[in-house]
Design a protein around this ligand. Structure first.
Ligand SMILES: Nc1ncnc2c1ncn2[C@@H]1O[C@H](COP(=O)(O)OP(=O)(O)OP(=O)(O)O)[C@@H](O)[C@H]1O
Ligand SMILES: Cc1ncsc1CCO
Ligand SMILES: [Mg+2]
Length: 276
């Protein structure tokens, strides 16, 4: 069964309840992540100091974990925060940046998976490693080979097997086609432009959007489908406005669209699920 209910999407933004989102993320894209949350009506709090996690948890609405830039402290922080989220049932999204490229990222990722995040996301190569499929990707990037028709099909099948054992979690694999799997349900989304891949942090932005929606009270399935569509359609709008003016111009126009689209309702008409 493939289910996508876009009828409800046009009333989601701007958010009415300003959810407070605790982010433990990488310092490469930390400002972009914070601004993304603000642009759609959330409130970011970026804290990587474990001494304050317990008291912060009393006021936050959702938690965003991003493995991005590893350090001993970051690793400890992510472990502690994901345990706390599990114990306190805090809605949590984890971005598995570089899962499996080193032993440290493999072990950390596995520990976090065991704390049952609402959404586990990564690019298609990271998600292939999670389900035990081979990939030739290096570093934190995707490999083009992991986005062909046959490899996308293979990844969906493998994700469904893993999702069966963790039925409450939504698994998201990003790329030119985004894949969203929960239990036996799967949706593929086909929006976006290739320039989204030419600057750093697009995946981190998707994670920030998803966590903000979760914090506002939407379920993990809706939060995932909405965020992927919203980001990619912002990318399409930016492309039509800023094409030919260079990558930095595109990036700024795209960030601006993340704000501008929040008060336009008709963007939902551009959502393009891949027919099953
Ligand atoms: N070539 C593309 N065509 C369409 N959409 C794309 C393309 N590349 C990226 N995107 C969109 O950008 C978002 C991020 O995807 P991507 O797989 O590039 O994340 P990532 O590798 O984690 O990024 P980063 O490491 O820069 O944070 C996805 O929602 C995806 O749809
Ligand atoms: C370039 C880079 N290296 C580790 S994290 C990161 C940003 C990706 O999100
Ligand atoms: Mg990423």
């Amino acid at each position: 069964m493939e289910k996508i209910d876009i009828k409800t999407f046009d009333s989601i933004l701007p958010l009415k309840n300003s959810p407070l989102i605790h982010c433990i993320t990488n310092d490469i894209t930390i400002e972009t992540v914070a601004n993304t949350i603000l642009y759609i009506g959330g409130k970011p709090i970026m804290s990587g100091d474990s001494r304050e996690f317990r008291s912060l948890f009393q006021t936050t609405d959702a938690l965003f974990l991003n493995m991005g830039r590893m350090s001993e402290t970051h690793e400890k922080n992510l472990k502690l925060a994901s345990q706390l989220a599990y114990q306190t049932k805090k809605p949590m999204v984890v971005d598995m940046v570089g899962y499996g490229i080193t032993q440290q990222r493999l072990d950390l990722g596995n520990e976090i998976i065991n704390t049952h995040p609402a959404i586990i996301k990564g690019n298609s190569s990271e998600m292939r490693r999670i389900v035990g499929l081979p990939t030739s990707a290096r570093g934190i990037d995707r490999s083009e080979q992991d986005n062909q028709d046959n490899t996308v099909f293979e990844l969906i099948q493998a994700l469904k097997v893993v999702a069966k054992h963790q039925p409450e979690t939504v698994f998201v694999a990003t790329g030119p086609i985004d894949i969203v799997v929960k239990g036996n349900q799967c949706v593929r989304l086909n929006n976006g432009v290739s320039l989204l891949d030419r600057f750093v942090g697009t995946g981190d932005i998707v994670g920030a959007l998803m966590t903000t929606l979760l914090g506002a009270g939407y379920d993990a399935w809706t939060s995932s489908l909405f965020s992927l569509s919203y980001l990619n359609i912002a990318g399409e709008q930016a492309f039509s406005k800023a094409k030919g003016h260079g990558i930095e111009n595109f990036r700024q126009t795209f960030m601006n669209e993340l704000y501008v689209l929040s008060s336009h309702k008709d963007w939902v008409n551009d959502i393009r699920p891949v027919p099953s």
